[in-house]
Design a binder for this molecule. Structure first.
Ligand code: NAG
Length: 384
């Protein structure tokens, strides 16, 4: 099958004609929180600046590290530099810099409303057509897990009619986007800070041989910061390292990839590698990875090769495949439906081409950023 078939299921969620946002209540809430976290300094700063200052200066102030207010020397006013950026005017005791995705009720005492405090978060990027499979997946996760569905086809309330669990999960609906697009916008590390592990899964995974609690147990036992369940060895795998191995609990290296794919046996894709179809991240790994996701590269191709940058070396000790809990990648070919025919290219081909383009682009950006960083070190330390 080769490289062409890697993760074809991402592609069906993309289209470039105008972004149409249809968001559920949570969209607004999450966005509101993010906005609240990010912009208070802007608003306060603007309000406190003399009226005649041009707007551009007030806005650039938000990005400045040296936004020391006039009141800084006035001890009757609050200014706490160690507060989160932008919240320096608040007494530290009132600051809630992190959130969670727990549902709350509109009445009664808030202290009594949370019967469970799930420590694990599971997200699926879904279309209504795959609902039976998602039903099977969701049932694999106990109420120790918060579940979020990202809907790429705009169909949400229909799920409530069919599945009882649907009323207790979070639905986020934005048409024709990919899971990395949703993740970047809705899963900011401060928003999901409550969760020890975050599952970011596709919709076409068979979970007959998967037990979620047992998976968590394995990941903790082996100290894996980034992991995925092994793939059914009977099926075609793009990367051999993801195939299930018998008689081991987890594995992380020593693989037999196609000729030329392994330039270094301790580096991706031959070690320290998981694919982007069913990754599971620790809180710390996610905080790092979130910063590496590019806003314009929506398919996430190439991220798998860069995951190692988010863990301590040697990366293969922190990134691995769990063999005791394994899944089946079903390669459901609903690909083209989210693309658009253009320049004689089929929708499917258009999406696929963009995947490859993004992969190359991401690789270049990482390389260049790394080079720039090391170059800047030399400039700063002339003794080198
Ligand atoms: C949920 O987590 C608790 C605490 O870790 C554990 O005791 C319990 O067995 C879990 N529930 C299920 C259904 O596995």
């Amino acid at each position: 099958m080769g490289i062409l078939s890697r993760s074809p299921n991402y592609s069906r969620r993309l289209e470039d004609n105008g972004m149409k946002l249809l968001a559920t209540a949570l969209f607004s809430v999450t966005f509101g929180i993010l906005l609240g976290l990010s912009f208070p300094s802007l608003w306060i700063t603007k309000a406190s600046l003399p009226q005649k200052l041009p707007c551009s200066i007030a806005i650039s102030n938000r990005y400045s590290d040296i936004a020391v207010p006039v009141q800084a020397t006035d001890i009757s006013k609050i200014w706490v530099p160690s507060n989160p950026k932008g919240a320096e005017r608040l007494p530290p005791g009132i600051i809630a810099s992190e959130s969670d995705l727990y549902l709350r009720r509109l009445w009664g005492n808030s202290e009594e409303e949370l019967k469970k405090n799930p420590r694990y978060l599971v997200t699926f990027t879904v279309g209504y057509k795959q609902r039976q499979n998602i039903d099977a997946c969701v049932k694999k996760f106990s109420d120790n897990f918060t579940i979020v569905l990202f809907h790429y086809d705009g169909i949400t309330s229909e799920w409530d009619d069919e599945f009882e669990w649907s009323e207790n999960v979070i639905h986020i609906s934005v048409k024709k986007q990919t899971k990395w697009w949703y993740a970047k916008r809705f899963l900011h590390p401060d928003i999901v800070a409550r969760y020890d592990y975050i599952f970011m899964w596709d919709e076409d995974l068979g979970v007959d041989h998967f037990d979620a609690e047992e998976y968590i147990h394995m990941v903790k036992k082996h100290g894996l910061e980034i992991s995925q369940p092994a793939l059914d060895p009977e099926k075609v795998c793009t990367w051999q390292i993801t195939k299930r191995r018998e008689h081991v609990e987890v594995h992380n290296k020593e693989t037999n990839e196609k000729l030329g794919w392994c330039s270094n046996p301790n580096q991706p894709p031959c070690a320290a590698f998981v694919e982007i179809m069913a990754p599971v991240f620790s809180r710390n790994a996610w905080r790092c990875l979130w910063h590496m996701i590019q806003n314009d590269l929506v398919h996430g191709w190439g991220l798998d090769f860069a995951l190692r940058r988010c863990v301590q070396e040697p990366a293969y000790e922190k990134i691995g495949i769990v063999d005791t809990q394994w899944i089946v990648h079903q390669f459901i070919p609903s690909l083209g439906s989210q693309g658009k025919e253009e320049d004689g290219k089929s929708p499917l081909q258009g999406v696929r081409d963009r995947c490859y383009m993004e992969w190359a682009m991401f690789g270049r950006r990482v390389d260049e950023a790394e080079k720039e960083y090391f170059k800047s070190l030399q400039v700063q330390t002339p003794s080198n």
